[in-house]
Structures are given as structure tokens and as C-alpha cells.
Design a protein around this ligand. Structure first.
Ligand SMILES: Cc1ncc(COP(=O)(O)O)c(C=O)c1O
Length: 430
């Protein structure tokens, strides 16, 4: 079957609400490359949305999974247990910047981890109010959507998602929102809307992912930490997109020196197998009564096996350092373009480790978002054999999320395609 044949079947079989970036169907993938069913090769600058940090089918991950497949595939941790779940928990307890001793509970998706972090915070504090940020993305289940700070397309026509969830502006220097403004909005919220002793948690991404790769400064994170300490609320740090070496550290939060109360993780944790986690101090995690955690597939043995392969690979291949080198190389390669006349529509290039975002604007004076340009760039790129996707509260950001194992010659080839795509999109416009 060819792409065009399967596309026709797709439109009959699958509802329009599921949108796919690329009108192609993948046949196979290896490290930093994909091939579609028509035999066409693509360089992968999306990594399944920051999931295959260790590349497609890393041999160490596949060996662990194959070994697990030969023994058993599923028992449900709530029925008969397996050691790998405990080992993954031990590894995350040791790795995360959370108060020790920590404990970890596993789920399947990022949204589930977020839902459970809210559950833990509400049960442990006996309070209900949750603060999150404009532009944040925390998932597509109803509570995760309540925390998500973007209406279109995620929250339209769903009614009141959850009471007692409040959004603060997230600092975006380019658009004139400073740390001070976010902090003032939080102070005001605690004076006007939420009694400080009713605040259960503040949920924050250390770098907004879907929101556009805007980093939270150490100043903001330290302020949130202090406020949580003063009020008894929990600081929930969502590392679902930023975790597992992506930002040049195991977790992005480490750069601030701040400790989380609860940390949510998913995506890069298991290299493409569905696994998510919440880690937090044992005394907080143990406040949740027996039977309140779980899920039929939560902490699947296959995903746990994969996660152990991923964690070993990050360590053994020093992928935190490699993430920094990838980011350095992308910036160096893009530099001449930014200095050329294409620079007139690039508002900013943000870079945290290997997370690189190019924000497109209509002009440098207004910095008004230019979503059409970002859309045109990724379309040009796909035609030229590069999978790269957009993000941003205004949809005007192209984000680079390569596998952290990407070969440097393939990285350069991909950036060159991206460069040509930006120039192509510019000339379409003219
Ligand atoms: C920061 C963040 N939190 C939560 C989620 C939701 O994860 P999932 O799609 O696995 O439910 C995402 C997904 O993009 C994310 O980037």
C-alpha cells in the first residue's frame, strides 16, 4: 500500500479531530531517520514529540524489550508484580531533584501523570486550588486540559473543566511579559481569589514545550519554591517534554538549583514505549490512601524494560553533554541565516540544551506572531525530507527536537534543509 492509498482509507476510518502533521505512513525508522511506505527517507527533527531521545530503536532499548517479550508482556502491577517497576522507581527516586527519600508511581501517559500529581497534591494538602500558567500544555484529559493554558484547539466547547484552577501569565520576554509581572499576578491572585492556606499546588513547566520553548527563569522558579514553602502548597514541576537529557541536563529544573515537590515525567523516559511517572517525597506520596493509584497498563513491564535501557543509554553515551553539543551546532549552522534578510521575520531563537525554537514574527518592530510563516516552513521541510513541527501559544514557532543520538552529519543535513525551507517560505510570501 502507498501513502496515497492509506490516506484515503484514513479519512474514511479515522475522525477529523485527530490531526497528523505529515501525510505519510512510516514503514521503518532507525536512530535519526524515517522511511515511509513509498520508500522515501526523512530526517527526524521531531523525535515523536521529544520521545525518542535515544533515537529510534536504540539497540540497548530493543535488547531489553526483546528480553522482556520472551518472559511476559503483562500481568498488571495491581495483580502480580515485577522487579523492573521497582527498579525504575529506584532510579527515578535517585535521579530527580526532589526531596529525599523519594517515592515514584508509574502510569502510561503524560496526562495521567499530571492527573495523578493533582490528585496527590489535593489529598496530601487537603486543599483544592491549583495554579498553572498561560501557554502551558499538560495534556488532553479533562483535568490536564483544565491546567493547560491554551483554549484553541484544546479546550473549546468543553464547558467548565475544573473549578479552582487559576492561570498566571508566563514570562515571555519577546512579548513583553517579565518575571516581575508573573510574580505580581501570583501575589494578586493570593490576595483576591485564593486564600494562601487553600493553595494545593503550583504546576509549572521549567521550559514551556507546546507553549513555544519559553524557559522559566531561575528567579521565577525560586520565587515559586519560596511561595510554596511559605503557604504549604506543593511545587509540581512538569518535565514531560524537558526531561531525560533534552535540555543538556537530566532534568531542566536542575539549572535553577530548585527542588520540586512533585515531578511529572513521560515521553523520553521509555524511548517510545508508553510510560510516565510521578516522583515526590515519601511522606507526601504516602499520604495517598491504598487503592487510589493504578491503571490496568500503568507501569507496563515492556515499558519498564525500555526505560531501564533508556536510562543506561543516557548515562553511558553521556547524552546530557551531547544535547548541549547538538544545540551549539544548530545555533552555529543557523547563524548566517539569522544575519541574512531572513532575520527580519525571526523574532528570536531560543535554545536550552538541544531544545531549539525559531519564533517567526511579521516584523522585528512589532514582533507580532507569524504563524503562516512557521506553517510554511514545516511544509517546505517535509517536502524536502525533514520532519520538523511547530509549537507556540500563537502557533508561530518551529521547534527542533532531534534524537539526542543524531549523527552530526545528519544534523547538519537537516539544518541545511530547514534553512532552505525558511528561505523558500520567505520567497512564497514575496
Ligand atoms: C509538558 C507536557 N506535559 C504533559 C503532556 C501530555 O503528555 P501525553 O501526551 O503523554 O499525555 C505533554 C505532551 O506534549 C507535555 O509536553
Amino acid at each position: 500500500m502507498r501513502n496515497s492509498d492509506i490516506l484515503a482509507r484514513r479519512s474514511q476510518a479515522i475522525p477529523a479531530g485527530l490531526v497528523s502533521h505529515a501525510p505519510i505512513f512510516v514503514d521503518r525508522a532507525d536512530n535519526d531517520e524515517l522511511w515511509d511506505v513509498d520508500g522515501r527517507r526523512y530526517i527526524d527533527f521531531a523525535a515523536g514529540i521529544a520521545v525518542v531521545n535515544t533515537g529510534h530503536r536504540h539497540p540497548r532499548v530493543i535488547a531489553r524489550v526483546e528480553e522482556q517479550l520472551r518472559r511476559f508482556t503483562h500481568t498488571s502491577i495491581q495483580v502480580c508484580q515485577y522487579e523492573s517497576y521497582v527498579t525504575v522507581a529506584e532510579r527515578l527516586n535517585a535521579l530527580t531533584p526532589t526531596r529525599k527519600p523519594s517515592k515514584t508511581v508509574l502510569f502510561s501517559t503524560g496526562a495521567e501523570a499530571i492527573e495523578n500529581a493533582v490528585k496527590i497534591a489535593r489529598i496530601a494538602t487537603g486543599r483544592t486550588a491549583i495554579v498553572s500558567f498561560a501557554g502551558a500544555f499538560h495534556g488532553r484529559t479533562l483535568m490536564a486540559l483544565a491546567l493547560t493554558g491554551k483554549v484553541t484547539p484544546y479546550k473549546l466547547r468543553l464547558g467548565t473543566l475544573s473549578s479552582d484552577v487559576h492561570h498566571l501569565p508566563f514570562p515571555m520576554e519577546l512579548h513583553g511579559i517579565s518575571d516581575e509581572q508573573s510574580i505580581a499576578a501570583l501575589d494578586s491572585l493570593l490576595r483576591t481569589t485564593i486564600a494562601p492556606d487553600q493553595l494545593a499546588a503550583i504546576v509549572v513547566e521549567p521550559v514551556q514545550g507546546e507553549g513555544g520553548f519559553y524557559p522559566a527563569s531561575a528567579t521565577l522558579l525560586k520565587h515559586l519554591r519560596k511561595l510554596c514553602d511559605q503557604t504549604g502548597a506543593l511545587l509540581v514541576v512538569d518535565e514531560i517534554q524537558t526531561g531525560f537529557a533534552r535540555t543538556g541536563r537530566m532534568f531542566a529544573l536542575e539549572a535553577s538549583g530548585v527542588q520540586a515537590d512533585l515531578m511529572t515525567m513521560a515521553k523520553g523516559l521509555a524511548g517510545g514505549f508508553p510510560l510516565s511517572a510521578v516522583t515526590g517525597p515519601a511522606d507526601v506520596m504516602d499520604k495517598v490512601p491504598a487503592g487510589r493509584f493504578g491503571g490496568t497498563y500503568a507501569g507496563s513491564p515492556i515499558a519498564c524494560a525500555a526505560a531501564l535501557g533508556v536510562l543506561d543509554t543516557i548515562e553511558e553515551e553521556n547524552l546530557t553533554e551531547r544535547a548541549n553539543e547538538i544545540g551549539d551546532r544548530i545555533l552555529a549552522l543557523l547563524d548566517p541565516l539569522v544575519r541574512s534578510n531572513a532575520g527580519s521575520v525571526i523574532g528570536e531563537i531560543r535554545r536550552i540544551g538541544a531544545m531549539v525554537a525559531i519564533e517567526f514574527v511579521t516584523d522585528r518592530d512589532s514582533n507580532a506572531p507569524n504563524a503562516a510563516m512557521a506553517q510554511a516552513v514545516v511544509k517546505h521541510a517535509l517536502k524536502a525530507g525533514l520532519v520538523v513541527i511547530t509549537c507556540g501559544l500563537f502557533g508561530n514557532v518551529v521547534r527542533i527536537l532531534t534524537p539526542l543520538t543524531i549523527r552530526f552529519d545528519v544534523l547538519e543535513e537537516g539544518v541545511r534543509i530547514l534553512e532552505k525551507s525558511i528561505l523558500g517560505a520567505l520567497s512564497d510570501r514575496d
